[in-house]
Write a protein that binds this ligand. Structure first.
Ligand code: GLC
Length: 577
């Protein structure tokens, strides 16, 4: 696949583009309103036509679905709602037959509270699996169940205390996410051995790697100190500094590498989801010499429009976004590797968030953002529907939302006295459900996603925005994404080139070069709804004569200023020096 790009086989993912599928919302084959594995298998030709190399499946394991499958009750089977192991094998075979690879989601910071490990662990204080989770007595001098008796003041990611009291034993267990997602105790070597054995089982079955859910939370500060709090405004403290990138994290990841990946001769992809990860930490995680991860999902570029928490929004300032992206490009230039993403199942849709999703600019905004991202150095990830320019959903009432994070936040914020209308406004902008509305296959009933009733309402704009229409229209977001993927497979400067940010003060333009040997690419995008002139680009005269490799708008008119970019126009030029 990548020979001409001169990549060692074990670094195949450096020229790959990954496509994330959220199985619940992708394609429903049996009419129950929930997507499933046969539905995905039936759409593999669509993905092959788009040209992606790797498919990452969000969790499909048996689960009570408290957090849509991120609460797993059996790591070695498929939830009946999604199908069977036989369906899985068929999907994997279909993926491999088309020359693609498949990544599983690995959720091992926590299990479901219905996982047999936890059922045993909670059964008594003496159970041999008690220590597989974080059990603690109430705060000294306090009675279990009293407000403030929780072992620490940590707030869970899904509102309320991160500790749940088990009345039978009088102790609390830690859950950084929902109370149905108890945290595994990675300090216990038996836990680690069980996880590694499970991972080997999937690799032996043929999967090509893992996307590792909140993997930098598995090592906690064993002292479990209270978090910093703001007395008066909230009873909760911030536990994250005590659980992110903890004292043993690198030891565990290196052990995992030795015990799982290094035992195989095949080359896998291991990408870690790492909230709160700095460039310095990422260099450690992704330095190949250390044997930890191939790349991480950092969060800084999806937090530049937030003030403190994700619910507190502020307008995007292009310069801030660009500075964050640049810092990661520079920081991982000599060691490690970047992953590149705008969207996933936890983020609102990028065209609505950093672009313009109105009818006039939507296609250009989606393609301009796609061009900027895909031309950076790193491995790009496309989230289902991003290749169509799918937008945020027009949710109206709280009843329209399904996501546990959104539903819990609404209840907690309203109980704390916030205006319900304002809280709903926040949810509309940033709720994870924006990403989770069903894939828009066609303009018909339920967008061709299901013949039944979709578990989450289809966006009514599927009549215009859908895969069928996009594939038929050469000017669509779909065709532009296909071209971006193709460029990564053919142009070695996209894979290997260095990265130099240009026009660092410009308020509308995002511009950079990528240089590899004698080839230089210039990427220039107007990320605004007003015309922008790029005449300060260094060497502008030479670039005006250069080959226009890719663009999301008709070729510039000779009669006009060649470097005047229309709203949301993006271009990629190439020069050989
Ligand atoms: C990750 C997942 C998110 C999930 C959480 C808990 O952030 O991407 O969807 O809710 O971890 O597993």
């Amino acid at each position: 696949m990548t020979d001409h790009l001169e990549l060692p086989a074990r670094e195949w993912w450096k020229s790959a583009v990954v496509y994330q599928i959220y199985p619940r919302s992708f394609a429903d084959s049996d009419g129950d309103g929930i997507g499933d594995l046969p539905g995905i298998t039936g759409r593999l030709d669509y993905l092959a036509a788009l040209g992606v190399d790797v498919i990452w499946l969000s969790p499909v394991y048996p689960s009570p679905q408290d957090d849509n499958g991120y609460d797993i009750s059996d790591y070695q089977d498929i939830d009946p709602v999604f199908g069977t192991l036989a369906d899985f094998d068929e999907l994997l075979e279909g993926v491999h037959r088309r020359g693609m690879k498949l990544l599983m989601d690995l959720v091992v910071n926590h299990t479901s509270d219905e996982h047999p490990w936890f059922v045993e662990s909670r059964s008594s204080r003496e159970n041999p699996r008690r220590d597989w989770y974080w059990w603690r007595p109430p705060r000294p001098g306090m009675t279990a169940g009293d407000p403030g008796a929780e072992p620490t003041n940590w707030l869970s990611a899904f509102s309320g205390s991160a500790w749940e009291l088990d009345r039978d034993s009088g102790e609390y267990y830690l859950h950084l996410f929902s109370r149905k997602q108890p945290d595994l105790n990675w300090e216990n070597p038996e836990v680690r051995a069980a996880v590694y054995a499970m991972m080997r089982w999937w690799l032996d079955r043929g999967v090509d790697g893992f996307r590792m859910d909140v993997i930098n939370m598995i090592s906690k500060d064993p002292a479990l100190p209270d978090g910093h709090s703001h007395p008066g405004s909230s009873p909760w403290g911030d536990g994250l500094p005590h659980v992110l990138n903890g004292p043993n994290i690198h030891t565990y990841l290196q052990e995992m590498h030795r015990e799982v990946f290094a035992l195989h001769s095949r080359a896998f992809l291991a990408v870690g989801e790492t909230p709160g990860c700095t460039v310095e930490e990422a260099r450690l995680y992704t330095d190949p010499a250390r044997g930890e991860l191939d790349m991480v999902f950092q969060f800084e570029h999806v937090q530049v429009d937030q003030d403190g928490t994700k619910w507190q929004r502020r307008p995007l300032v292009l310069g801030e976004l660009r500075a964050v992206m640049n810092r990661w490009q520079v920081g991982l230039a000599d060691v490690g590797w970047n992953s590149l993403y705008w969207n996933n199942h936890d983020q609102p849709r990028v065209v609505s968030r950093y672009g313009d999703d109105g009818p006039e600019h939507r296609v250009r905004a989606a393609t301009a953002l796609g061009t900027v991202l895909h031309l950076h150095r790193g491995t790009p990830y496309i989230y289902q529907g991003e290749e169509l320019g799918m937008t945020n959903a027009p949710f109206v009432h709280i009843e329209d939302f399904r996501d546990i994070e959104s539903v819990n936040h609404y209840a907690a914020a309203v109980a704390a006295g916030q205006d319900p209308h304002a809280v709903l406004e926040d949810l509309r902008a940033v709720s994870r459900d924006n990403a989770r509305t069903p894939m828009q296959w066609d303009g018909g009933l339920h967008a061709g996603f299901t013949t039944g009733t979709p578990w989450l309402a289809v966006n009514p704009n599927h009549r215009e925005i859908n895969a069928e229409a996009a594939q038929a229209d050469p000017g669509s977001v779909w065709h532009h994404y296909r071209a971006l993927i193709g460029l990564r497979h053919t142009e070695s400067a996209v894979v290997h080139g260095d990265f130099t940010l240009l026009l660092t003060e410009h308020e509308q333009l995002y511009a950079f070069t990528r240089r590899h040997r004698h080839t230089v690419l210039l990427v220039i995008a107007n990320l605004s709804s007003r015309t922008a002139v790029a005449d300060q680009v260094p060497d502008v005269a030479a670039w005006e004569r250069a080959e226009l490799l890719l663009s999301n708008a008709p070729a510039p008119d000779a009669a006009h200023h060649r470097f005047a970019l229309r709203p949301w126009e993006a271009r990629v030029y190439r020069r050989v020096q």
